[in-house]
Design a protein around this ligand. Structure first.
Ligand SMILES: [Zn+2]
Length: 256
Protein backbone atom coordinates (compact mmCIF):
# COMPACT_ATOMS: atom_id res chain seq x y z
CA UNK A 1 0.00 0.00 0.00
CA UNK A 2 1.09 3.56 -0.65
CA UNK A 3 1.47 5.57 2.52
CA UNK A 4 1.64 9.24 3.52
CA UNK A 5 2.58 10.00 7.13
CA UNK A 6 0.75 13.18 8.19
CA UNK A 7 2.49 13.66 11.57
CA UNK A 8 6.30 13.62 11.74
CA UNK A 9 9.21 15.50 13.29
CA UNK A 10 12.18 14.31 11.15
CA UNK A 11 14.42 16.81 12.94
CA UNK A 12 13.88 16.49 16.69
CA UNK A 13 15.81 18.69 19.13
CA UNK A 14 18.25 19.27 16.26
CA UNK A 15 18.97 15.55 15.91
CA UNK A 16 18.60 14.18 12.36
CA UNK A 17 19.27 17.54 10.74
CA UNK A 18 22.28 16.57 8.61
CA UNK A 19 21.59 16.07 4.94
CA UNK A 20 22.94 12.49 4.96
CA UNK A 21 20.72 11.62 7.96
CA UNK A 22 17.66 12.97 6.17
CA UNK A 23 18.53 10.98 3.01
CA UNK A 24 18.77 7.84 5.14
CA UNK A 25 15.36 8.51 6.71
CA UNK A 26 13.79 8.99 3.27
CA UNK A 27 15.31 5.74 1.95
CA UNK A 28 14.22 3.79 5.03
CA UNK A 29 10.71 5.23 4.80
CA UNK A 30 10.36 4.48 1.10
CA UNK A 31 11.29 0.84 1.84
CA UNK A 32 8.17 0.70 4.06
CA UNK A 33 5.94 2.07 1.31
CA UNK A 34 5.91 5.64 2.62
CA UNK A 35 5.83 7.93 -0.40
CA UNK A 36 5.32 11.20 1.45
CA UNK A 37 5.73 12.76 4.88
CA UNK A 38 4.32 15.89 6.46
CA UNK A 39 7.05 17.50 8.54
CA UNK A 40 5.59 19.51 11.42
CA UNK A 41 8.96 20.87 12.50
CA UNK A 42 11.24 20.72 15.54
CA UNK A 43 8.40 22.20 17.57
CA UNK A 44 9.66 22.07 21.16
CA UNK A 45 13.26 23.11 20.44
CA UNK A 46 12.87 26.43 22.28
CA UNK A 47 10.27 25.36 24.83
CA UNK A 48 6.56 26.11 24.79
CA UNK A 49 6.68 29.86 24.14
CA UNK A 50 9.26 30.55 21.41
CA UNK A 51 9.80 34.13 20.23
CA UNK A 52 8.83 35.13 16.67
CA UNK A 53 12.53 34.92 15.69
CA UNK A 54 12.83 31.40 17.09
CA UNK A 55 9.62 30.39 15.32
CA UNK A 56 10.99 31.69 12.00
CA UNK A 57 14.25 29.81 12.52
CA UNK A 58 12.38 26.57 13.16
CA UNK A 59 10.29 27.06 10.02
CA UNK A 60 13.45 27.83 8.02
CA UNK A 61 14.97 24.54 9.20
CA UNK A 62 11.83 22.74 8.12
CA UNK A 63 11.95 24.47 4.72
CA UNK A 64 15.55 23.37 4.23
CA UNK A 65 14.56 19.76 4.92
CA UNK A 66 11.73 20.05 2.39
CA UNK A 67 14.08 21.56 -0.22
CA UNK A 68 16.36 18.49 -0.04
CA UNK A 69 13.47 16.11 -0.93
CA UNK A 70 10.62 18.22 -2.30
CA UNK A 71 8.90 15.17 -3.80
CA UNK A 72 8.80 13.51 -0.36
CA UNK A 73 8.32 16.17 2.32
CA UNK A 74 5.48 18.64 2.76
CA UNK A 75 5.75 21.13 5.61
CA UNK A 76 3.45 22.82 8.07
CA UNK A 77 4.17 26.28 9.47
CA UNK A 78 4.74 26.07 13.21
CA UNK A 79 3.24 28.97 15.21
CA UNK A 80 3.14 30.27 18.76
CA UNK A 81 -0.31 31.94 18.71
CA UNK A 82 0.41 33.84 21.94
CA UNK A 83 2.75 36.29 20.15
CA UNK A 84 -0.25 37.98 18.57
CA UNK A 85 -1.91 38.76 15.28
CA UNK A 86 0.85 40.73 13.52
CA UNK A 87 3.59 38.18 14.09
CA UNK A 88 1.28 35.25 13.29
CA UNK A 89 0.09 36.73 9.99
CA UNK A 90 3.60 37.73 8.95
CA UNK A 91 5.02 34.25 9.59
CA UNK A 92 2.21 32.41 7.83
CA UNK A 93 2.44 34.67 4.78
CA UNK A 94 6.22 34.19 4.69
CA UNK A 95 6.02 30.39 4.93
CA UNK A 96 3.30 30.13 2.29
CA UNK A 97 4.76 32.52 -0.29
CA UNK A 98 8.43 31.67 0.21
CA UNK A 99 8.23 27.93 0.91
CA UNK A 100 4.79 26.70 -0.18
CA UNK A 101 3.91 25.28 3.25
CA UNK A 102 0.64 23.35 3.30
CA UNK A 103 -0.67 23.83 6.81
CA UNK A 104 -0.29 25.26 10.30
CA UNK A 105 1.02 23.26 13.25
CA UNK A 106 -0.05 24.18 16.79
CA UNK A 107 1.57 22.61 19.81
CA UNK A 108 1.21 23.48 23.52
CA UNK A 109 1.68 27.26 23.64
CA UNK A 110 -2.00 27.75 24.51
CA UNK A 111 -5.40 26.06 24.52
CA UNK A 112 -7.43 25.85 21.29
CA UNK A 113 -10.26 27.72 23.07
CA UNK A 114 -8.17 30.88 23.58
CA UNK A 115 -8.89 34.22 21.87
CA UNK A 116 -5.38 34.26 20.36
CA UNK A 117 -6.54 31.47 18.01
CA UNK A 118 -8.71 33.90 16.04
CA UNK A 119 -5.94 35.38 13.86
CA UNK A 120 -4.44 31.90 13.41
CA UNK A 121 -7.71 30.67 11.96
CA UNK A 122 -8.03 33.82 9.87
CA UNK A 123 -4.57 33.12 8.40
CA UNK A 124 -5.56 29.50 7.68
CA UNK A 125 -8.68 30.69 5.91
CA UNK A 126 -6.88 33.36 3.91
CA UNK A 127 -4.15 31.01 2.65
CA UNK A 128 -6.24 27.84 2.40
CA UNK A 129 -4.22 25.95 5.02
CA UNK A 130 -5.08 22.90 7.11
CA UNK A 131 -4.56 23.35 10.88
CA UNK A 132 -3.08 20.50 12.91
CA UNK A 133 -3.69 20.99 16.64
CA UNK A 134 -1.89 18.95 19.32
CA UNK A 135 -4.66 17.28 21.33
CA UNK A 136 -4.69 14.91 24.29
CA UNK A 137 -7.32 13.87 26.79
CA UNK A 138 -6.81 16.18 29.77
CA UNK A 139 -9.32 14.55 32.13
CA UNK A 140 -6.57 13.14 34.36
CA UNK A 141 -3.87 15.71 33.55
CA UNK A 142 -3.14 19.27 34.62
CA UNK A 143 -2.10 22.22 32.40
CA UNK A 144 -5.18 22.30 30.20
CA UNK A 145 -4.48 26.00 29.66
CA UNK A 146 -1.56 24.78 27.49
CA UNK A 147 -2.76 21.38 26.26
CA UNK A 148 -5.92 21.15 24.18
CA UNK A 149 -8.39 18.45 25.15
CA UNK A 150 -10.30 16.79 22.26
CA UNK A 151 -13.31 18.87 23.38
CA UNK A 152 -11.27 22.07 22.90
CA UNK A 153 -10.07 21.06 19.42
CA UNK A 154 -13.58 19.95 18.40
CA UNK A 155 -14.90 23.32 19.66
CA UNK A 156 -12.36 25.12 17.48
CA UNK A 157 -13.52 23.12 14.46
CA UNK A 158 -17.18 23.91 15.21
CA UNK A 159 -16.44 27.64 15.50
CA UNK A 160 -14.58 27.59 12.17
CA UNK A 161 -16.48 25.23 9.86
CA UNK A 162 -14.71 26.66 6.79
CA UNK A 163 -11.23 25.59 8.00
CA UNK A 164 -10.07 21.97 7.90
CA UNK A 165 -8.58 20.88 11.21
CA UNK A 166 -6.62 17.79 12.20
CA UNK A 167 -6.97 16.67 15.81
CA UNK A 168 -3.60 15.08 16.57
CA UNK A 169 -3.05 11.87 18.54
CA UNK A 170 -6.00 9.49 18.31
CA UNK A 171 -4.48 7.31 21.03
CA UNK A 172 -4.09 10.26 23.40
CA UNK A 173 -7.63 11.45 22.64
CA UNK A 174 -9.08 7.97 23.11
CA UNK A 175 -12.64 6.75 22.66
CA UNK A 176 -14.08 9.92 24.25
CA UNK A 177 -11.99 12.04 21.87
CA UNK A 178 -13.59 10.26 18.93
CA UNK A 179 -17.05 11.06 20.28
CA UNK A 180 -16.07 14.73 20.82
CA UNK A 181 -15.07 14.91 17.13
CA UNK A 182 -18.19 13.15 15.88
CA UNK A 183 -20.47 15.01 13.48
CA UNK A 184 -17.90 17.67 12.58
CA UNK A 185 -17.22 17.36 8.87
CA UNK A 186 -14.20 19.72 8.80
CA UNK A 187 -12.45 17.80 11.60
CA UNK A 188 -10.02 14.93 10.94
CA UNK A 189 -8.04 12.84 13.42
CA UNK A 190 -4.51 11.49 13.05
CA UNK A 191 -3.62 8.05 14.41
CA UNK A 192 -0.45 9.04 16.28
CA UNK A 193 0.21 8.97 20.01
CA UNK A 194 1.01 6.03 22.24
CA UNK A 195 1.02 2.39 21.27
CA UNK A 196 -1.78 0.60 19.42
CA UNK A 197 -4.95 0.10 21.43
CA UNK A 198 -7.47 -2.64 20.67
CA UNK A 199 -10.48 -1.44 18.69
CA UNK A 200 -9.66 2.29 18.62
CA UNK A 201 -9.01 2.63 14.87
CA UNK A 202 -12.21 0.70 14.14
CA UNK A 203 -14.12 2.93 16.59
CA UNK A 204 -12.82 6.07 14.87
CA UNK A 205 -13.81 4.70 11.46
CA UNK A 206 -17.27 3.79 12.75
CA UNK A 207 -18.03 7.18 14.34
CA UNK A 208 -16.10 9.63 12.13
CA UNK A 209 -16.00 7.70 8.85
CA UNK A 210 -12.84 6.12 7.40
CA UNK A 211 -12.36 9.24 5.27
CA UNK A 212 -11.74 11.33 8.42
CA UNK A 213 -8.93 9.19 9.86
CA UNK A 214 -5.34 9.98 8.77
CA UNK A 215 -2.27 7.85 9.30
CA UNK A 216 0.34 9.62 11.46
CA UNK A 217 3.33 8.24 13.35
CA UNK A 218 4.78 11.12 15.40
CA UNK A 219 8.23 9.97 14.22
CA UNK A 220 10.80 9.81 15.85
CA UNK A 221 8.80 9.44 19.09
CA UNK A 222 7.07 6.36 17.61
CA UNK A 223 8.19 3.93 14.92
CA UNK A 224 6.66 3.76 11.46
CA UNK A 225 6.57 -0.06 11.57
CA UNK A 226 4.37 -0.19 14.69
CA UNK A 227 2.16 2.71 13.68
CA UNK A 228 1.55 1.33 10.17
CA UNK A 229 0.86 -2.09 11.69
CA UNK A 230 -1.83 -0.55 13.88
CA UNK A 231 -3.80 0.31 10.74
CA UNK A 232 -2.97 -2.80 8.71
CA UNK A 233 -4.06 -4.95 11.67
CA UNK A 234 -7.40 -3.19 12.17
CA UNK A 235 -10.61 -5.05 11.33
CA UNK A 236 -11.44 -2.86 8.34
CA UNK A 237 -11.66 -3.28 4.57
CA UNK A 238 -8.52 -2.87 2.46
CA UNK A 239 -10.18 0.15 0.85
CA UNK A 240 -10.69 1.87 4.23
CA UNK A 241 -7.09 1.15 5.27
CA UNK A 242 -5.81 2.60 2.02
CA UNK A 243 -7.86 5.76 2.60
CA UNK A 244 -6.34 6.19 6.08
CA UNK A 245 -2.80 5.42 4.97
CA UNK A 246 -2.79 7.50 1.81
CA UNK A 247 -5.93 8.77 0.10
CA UNK A 248 -7.34 11.04 2.81
CA UNK A 249 -4.14 13.01 3.35
CA UNK A 250 -3.38 13.17 -0.37
CA UNK A 251 -6.81 14.73 -0.93
CA UNK A 252 -6.73 17.00 2.11
CA UNK A 253 -3.34 18.53 1.20
CA UNK A 254 -3.72 18.31 -2.55
CA UNK A 255 -0.70 16.03 -2.94
CA UNK A 256 -0.05 13.91 -6.01
ZN1 LIG B 1 4.00 15.43 17.20
Amino acid sequence: MRIIDVHTHPIFFRSGSKRAEVAKLVARSRALGIVGMVSLGDVLLHGIHPTPTQVSEMNDTNARLQSWHPDFFSSFCFLNPVVGERAVMKEVERCVTKYGFKGIKLEISNNARDACMKPVMEAARRFGLVVLQHSWSMVNLKLRRLHSDPADTAGLARRHPDVKIIMAHLTGCGFRGVLEAKGCDNLYIDTSGGYPEEGLIEYAAEHLGADHVLYGSDLPIRENTVTIGRILGARLSAADKQKMLYGNTARLLNLK
